[in-house]
Each structure stands twice: as C-alpha cells, then as structure tokens.
Design a protein around this ligand. Structure first.
Ligand code: HEC
Length: 172
C-alpha cells in the first residue's frame, strides 16, 4: 500500500471527520422533521377535536353561560358541566363535566361511554353516529384542556324536587 505521508493522513482524517459530521447532521435533520411531523399531526388532531366540539354544540349545554354569551367564552372555561338542570318526563338531568370525565377515562372508555345510553336532552343519537376517529379527536381535544371545575349535580328521577335552577321541558 502506498504511504500517504503526514499531510495525506491528515487529509484522510479530515474526510472521515467530515463524513461523520455530515451523517450525524443528516440524522439530526431527519429526526427533527419526524418530530415536527408528529407535532403537526397531533395539533391537527386537536384542531379537528375543537372543530367537532364546536359544530356538535357540546358547549351549549356542557359550558355554563356559553350559549348566552354567543360562544364568547375562552377555551379554559369549556365543558366543565352545568348546575342548571333539564327537567322533563325523564327526571332532571345535568350536563356532565366532560373535563373531569375525560381525565378519569381511557380513550377506549370514552368511546364506550359515547356509544351508550344517555338521557335527554343530551343529543345521544348524534353522538352515537359519530365515527370512531372523530370521537378520538374529541377525546384528545377535551383531554388537552385538562381537568377543571367540579362535578355537575347528580341525576334526579321523575318526581324529584330540584335544588337549583332548571329548564323545564313541557310534558306531552
Ligand atoms: C342540549 C344539551 C346538550 C348538548 C348539546 C350536548 N350534551 Fe352531552 N349531556 C347533556 C346532558 C343533560 C347530559 C346528562 C345525561 C344523563 O344524565 O343521562 C349529557 C351527558 C353527556 C355525556 C355522558 C357523561 C357522563 O357523565 O357519563 C357525554 C360523554 C356527553 N354528554 C358528551 C357530549 C358531547 C361530546 C357533545 C357535543 C357533541 C354533547 N354532549 C352535547 C346535555 C347536552
């Protein structure tokens, strides 16, 4: 093998060093863009969840004062449940605190709950029709808001006296 001489060896070492530097920079650039994509993916999922909550009208009942304010309440106040009851032939129901509910549930529990029975005026038939991917996006969005507020009052069976304000539905 031909001897490279001192300057040749230095040059070879530099080429090796440069190659290593270029490769690790490449790997770094790659992993940064993968993390970026993941972040963009999850922010897209949150955006979708927020959109579905908005068009699903969930805040109208599950956020105190939302409908009356014309939807002008900040996200930090969303979906904490309401102590204004809905009184009808079904008894008295209260829109649950979804922030606390979600913080105590896995995504799978949430999907199961969303497919199960709920009393009026919860638009359960609409929720039952929501695709699983959309339910997951709603779950992730509510989870991203974090737990807040206190549990809504317990359901009261027909004939019970409400302890606070109620919206009365006419009995047919
Ligand atoms: C018209 C009012 C109203 C709207 C709109 C509404 N909800 Fe509800 N929701 C209720 C009431 C009232 C209950 C309690 C029902 C019961 O006691 O069985 C409830 C219960 C629930 C529950 C069960 C909570 C538990 O404690 O197990 C979930 C989940 C839920 N709502 C999700 C949603 C989502 C998601 C939306 C929007 C797509 C939505 N709701 C829109 C009134 C509403």
């Amino acid at each position: 093998m031909r001897s490279l001489g001192v300057s040749g060896r230095v040059a070879q070492a530099m080429v090796v060093a440069l190659a290593v530097a270029t490769t690790s920079a490449g790997v770094q650039a790659q992993s940064t863009s993968a993390a970026g994509k993941q972040r963009a993916g999850s922010s897209q999922a949150l955006e979708r969840g927020r959109y579905l909550v908005m068009i699903g009208g969930c805040n109208d009942c599950h956020t105190p004062g939302f409908a009356v304010s014309g939807g002008k309440l900040p996200e930090k106040d969303w979906l904490v449940g309401d102590s204004v009851g809905f009184s009808g032939p079904w008894g008295i129901t209260y829109a649950s605190n979804l922030r606390l509910l979600v913080s105590n549930m896995t995504q799978q529990d949430w999907i199961k709950r969303a497919h199960s029975e709920m009393r009026p005026p919860m638009p359960a038939p609409s929720l039952h029709h929501m695709h699983e991917d959309d339910l997951k996006a709603v779950y992730r969005f509510i989870a991203s808001l974090g737990p807040a507020g206190k549990p809504a009052p317990q359901y009261l069976p027909p004939g019970s006296k409400p302890t606070g304000p109620v919206v009365v539905f006419p009995t047919p």
